[in-house]
Design a protein around this ligand. Structure first.
Ligand SMILES: [Ca+2]
Ligand SMILES: [Ca+2]
Length: 370
């Protein structure tokens, strides 16, 4: 009797397992790159790749197209799922049955920004509060007091500090915003290869992607399913000040925003962003001021300008001339006052040279009219 009883229990277990597998085995539609299955491909998907890193599951039986395009690929569910219930099969972007950087990051990169026709649920980024939450920021102390057109800057990226350190860091995604009149987003680069509290062992991957003239998305995530604690440098950003920077003697902002930090379970921690200002001045050998003594530089604002440009000079202004890119004067004003208003209505948008002639010399400035 004993063997028969054992056999019955085995049959029962087999039946339960079969039912469970059937329950799990509704085929999924995986859009390669959309690891979170929210209908859009972005840097949060890269974070989730790290959460499922090195996990295995059934490879896809069939592929649509080359299997990597942003079209639904039928996939069998895996045994594991993210904390929010999304199946790990979505992390296997190329469908080979394992999650790793070599094959699964590529579809995130090439399908970046793609959206499904239906069922898109945009990612939510919670803003932390500086002073309470850890801050993700650029190290302003590494930026010279003055930078010049054509210069390269390497600025450390800091996460948390002694007052608000980071607990349970597994990955962080964020966006860097630059002023396109000052930095070409195509030239922005990130480096997270340095050894640090966040990267003691090299078990991390990262990506960055320019998404517009003013925004670069970044994602950094560990791969060993261990979170880390600490604060300070995690990497650096490389920036090149464009040669024909618009509006000399200006402060340009660089901002970190839209941050998502996760622990290795996928739990989120609020992180505050930050903005630094970079002071750009002319190269000394490209000074366009002439024989005027230092300290008498006129103030010109706003730049870029729209309908009115204000000029204040601590000397008598005799004539103001707006010169277009062809060297032709397009507006000329004679104004003896020390605060001048230059009406720009009718002036086509573009880059102009403003020439201010006064009793102390001639000044020129490059300005942008929008
Ligand atoms: Ca997604
Ligand atoms: Ca894969």
């Amino acid at each position: 009797m004993q063997p028969k009883r054992f056999y019955s229990i085995g049959t029962f277990i087999a039946l339960v397992l079969t039912l469970q597998i059937q329950g799990y085995s509704q085929p999924l539609s995986v859009y390669p790159g959309d690891i979170t299955d929210n209908g859009i491909v972005n840097n949060v998907d890269f974070l989730y790749m790290g959460l499922a890193y090195n996990y295995f599951g059934p490879p896809r039986d069939s592929v649509v197209g080359n299997g990597l395009g942003f079209v639904p690929q039928p996939a069998s569910p895996w045994l594991n799922q993210f904390a929010n219930g999304t199946n790990f099969a979505f992390a296997d972007c190329n469908g080979d049955g394992v999650v790793n950087y070599y094959y699964d990051a590529f579809p995130v990169y090439v399908n970046y920004g793609s959206e499904r026709d239906t069922g898109v649920s945009p990612d939510i980024f919670y803003s932390g509060i500086a002073g309470i939450d850890p801050v993700l920021r650029l190290d302003e102390s590494a930026v010279p007091a003055e930078v010049h057109p054509g210069e390269t800057l390497t600025i450390p990226i800091l996460l948390g500090d002694a007052q608000a350190p980071v607990e349970d860091l597994y990955g962080v995604a964020f966006s860097l915003y630059v002023d396109p009149g000052f930095i070409d987003a195509n030239e922005v680069s990130f480096n997270f290869t340095q050894q640090s509290w966040a990267n003691p062992d090299g078990d991390r991957v990262y990506m960055y992607k320019r998404v517009s003239d003013e925004r670069v998305d970044v994602s950094w995530v560990r791969t060993d399913h261990n979170s880390v604690d600490g604060f300070g440098g995690i990497g650096s950003v490389g920036l090149i000040i464009i040669i024909d920077v618009i509006g000399f003697e200006q402060d340009f902002p660089i901002r970190i925003d839209s941050i998502k930090m996760l622990d290795h379970f996928g739990n989120e921690t609020a992180v505050a962003g930050d903005t630094i200002m970079v002071h750009v001045t002319e190269n000394n050998n490209q000074q366009t001021g002439t024989d005027a003594p230092a300290g008498l530089q006129p103030e010109i604002w706003p730049n870029p300008a729209h309908d009115i440009l204000y000029i204040r000079a601590d000397f008598a202004v005799e004539q103001i001339t707006l010169i277009n890119a062809l060297g032709q004067p397009v507006r000329q004003f004679s104004d003896p006052s020390r605060v001048s208003e230059v009406a720009l209505s009718g002036v086509p948008p573009g880059i102009y040279m403003l020439e201010i002639q006064g009793n102390a010399g001639i000044y020129t400035r490059i300005i942008q009219i929008q």
